[in-house]
Design a protein around this ligand. Structure first.
Ligand code: FAD
Ligand code: NAD
Length: 474
């Protein structure tokens, strides 16, 4: 049996970070991936295809609206052509995540489904077993299929099938109004489908700051039919249409469409690992429980990425991977912190999030200060004619940033300056002290932060001392 310093199960965002990091540090490293290719969900069914798809849909949308500048356009959308572009993006990035590249880095890559034989030995379907001194589980997650009557009889689409569709459905119903549902619902609508989103919760984007939720929903409702607070009862085929029956406030209604897209959350890929053989514990939903050092209850087995049920994002899986390389190889107990972990939802306009929402901050801190700025007050957004949205920065009473949120075109890029400030322990006033080239989008951050000095300097003792001095000086 081959012996390794570290075995990584799952060749996605988290697993690849660990495998390349460990091999680069000289550890004898094995990576087991059940699919033929590396890259995981992010590359094949998640971030990469969805962002390529969204970009194509936004180009179609822009082309339709170019008439405002006097140019006529006509023609029909080819969903196949859109998805060909998606495949090109995947193929380009796949080169970076190729098996050959990882082998060159010194990783032994095994292709097959991994299961635990015991807490140190892993079986690979149809192949030899491996021994690992340390084991990292990074097997990701899959679309969660809720127990809705009829879903086993009516075909539905998920993020795993949408990027191979060739025909644009005339009407689509999305069940679930989180990031996956909304990003793709808006894209489908921009390509020309008539889209309805049915969300069980009281609002869309349940994890966002409430003011952001409100504005995002108002903007999306111009392009999508949105139903919130809905309980989906059943789905079934009727006269060639896919019917979704749901009720709001006890009143039942239905909607007919050509396709149903399910985006109701994620379920962990832990079921087939035979974790019991290793004694690794999961929570009730099957997510693998870890402590802050990302160790499971079995000290030499770690779990990172979607499988541990913390924040299901590619960059989180990557950061967790970096930490685990240190903890696993050198026996350290460094702790993972999610305090300044940003995320961005790629709607138009984008929705950016870092730290606490206003609601969370007000629960956690005795007093918080809220600074907001509308994008219509920032010249670059005005010249772009794209000034819908706002920035909100939340601080404690000493100016320490505890959360920041934005909705606006490109927010994920220009809000990054706030993430850097938070990570370096800078305060809101520091964001105002930087120089921003005029006219850029990040000035939205500066204008929000300027309010801190305005409040500090132009009210209270500083203003009083200043006016006394000016009186005397005259
Ligand atoms: C539509 C969509 C859009 C998204 N957009 C974004 C985005 O814009 N930004 C962002 O940060 N995140 C985004 N995400 C989330 C992101 O894709 C995940 O958080 C990320 O892929 C998680 O990485 P991971 O390593 O945990 O799992 P994965 O990348 O899924 O990797 C898990 C790997 O393990 C393999 N595997 C599973 N079981 C076994 C087994 N028993 N043996 C061997 N191999 C196994 C799988 O085949 C897979 O390759 C999106 C997700 C979706 C679905
Ligand atoms: N831009 C990004 O970074 C990005 C994009 C897409 C996905 N992701 C990641 O993927 C994760 C999963 O996304 P998601 O949107 O599937 O999950 P989610 O849990 O964020 O949202 C699922 C939504 O479906 C609703 N829902 C659940 N069951 C329902 C039912 N029976 N009927 C109606 N509504 C129902 C929930 O209330 C929730 O609002 C996200 O948390 C995010 O971390 C990130």
């Amino acid at each position: 049996m081959k012996k390794y310093d570290i075995i990584v199960i799952g060749g996605g965002s988290g697993g690849l970070t660990v495998a390349s990091g460990a091999a680069s540090l000289g550890a004898k490293t094995a990576l087991i991936e059940k699919r033929d290719t590396l890259g995981g969900d992010c590359l094949h069914f998640g971030c990469v295809p969805s962002k390529a798809f969204i970009e194509a849909a936004n180009e179609v949308h822009a082309a339709k609206h170019i008439q405002d500048l006097g140019i006529e356009t006509s023609g029909k959308i080819s969903l196949k052509a859109v998805n060909d572009r998606v495949r090109q993006a995947i193929a380009h990035i796949q080169e970076h995540d190729s098996i050959e590249r990882f082998e060159e880095l010194g990783v032994d890559v095994y292709n097959g489904k991994a299961t635990f034989k015991n807490d140190h030995e892993i079986d690979i379907e149809g192949q030899e077993s491996l021994y690992g001194k340390r084991i990292v589980i990074s097997t990701g997650s899959s679309p969660m299929v809720p127990p809705i009557e009829g879903l086993d009889e009516v075909d539905f689409i998920t993020n795993e099938s949408v990027f191979t569709m060739e025909q644009l459905p005339e009407k689509m119903t999305f069940i679930g109004g989180g990031p996956i549902g909304l990003e793709l619902a808006q894209a489908m609508s921009r390509l020309g489908s008539e889209v309805t989103v049915i969300e069980a919760g009281p609002t869309l984007l349940g994890k966002e700051d409430q003011d952001i939720q409100k504005q995002a929903q108002a903007i999306l409702e111009r392009e999508l039919h949105v139903v919130t607070g809905a309980s989906v009862q059943r789905v079934r085929m009727e006269n060639g249409k896919k019917m979704v029956y749901y009720s709001v406030d006890g009143e039942e209604t239905s909607i007919a469409s050509d396709e149903i897209f399910l985006a109701t959350g994620r379920t962990p890929n832990s079921g087939s690992l035979q974790l019991d053989n290793a004694g690794v514990e999961t929570d009730k939903k099957g997510f693998i429980s870890v402590d802050a050092t990302l160790r499971t209850n079995v000290g030499h087995i770690f779990a990172i990425g979607d499988i541990n049920g913390t924040l299901p994002f590619t960059h989180v899986a990557g950061e967790e991977g970096k930490l685990v390389v240190q903890n696993a190889l050198y026996g350290l107990s460094r702790k993972m912190s999610y305090d300044y972990m940003p995320w961005n939802t790629y709607l138009t306009p984008e929705v950016f999030h870092v730290g606490l929402t206003q609601q969370e901050a007000q629960e956690k801190h005795e007093e918080v200060l809220i600074y907001t700025n509308q994008l219509e007050e920032v010249d670059r957004f005005v010249t772009d004619q794209s000034y819908e949205g706002f920035v909100k920065i939340i601080t404690d009473t000493k100016g320490k940033i505890v959360g920041a949120h934005a909705i606006g075109t490109g927010a994920g890029d220009w809000m990054q300056t706030v993430v850097q400030a938070m990570a370096e322990g800078n305060k809101i006033g520091d964001l105002s002290n930087m120089v921003y080239p005029y006219p850029n989008h990040a000035e939205a951050v500066k204008r929000t932060a300027d309010q801190y000095w305005r409040n500090k300097l132009f009210s209270g003792p500083v203003q009083q001392v200043s006016s006394l001095f000016l009186k005397w000086f005259r």
